[in-house]
Ligand binder design. Sequence first.
Ligand code: ZN
Length: 83
Amino acid sequence: MALIHCEECGREISEHAFACPRCGYPRRRSAPMSRGIRILLAVFVFMLVAMFGFALTAAWLMRKPVDIELPQRSLSSAAVSVG
Ligand SMILES: [Zn+2]
């Protein structure tokens, strides 16, 4: 657990504290924290895009054999009805 200095009184407080326990000064978001949130958001968006692409590829791969099968069935049934 890292310690940071309070912006108001200069006392060392926990980086996870919402406010300084001595003077009650509310902490602002530090730069490393916002950067971590940005990285998390980037990873989240990347996972969403990757999952979306994987789902599209899986759907396309699963749909392809069905499209090939259907004309064969209709052709064979048509041949039976004609013949
Ligand atoms: Zn303080």
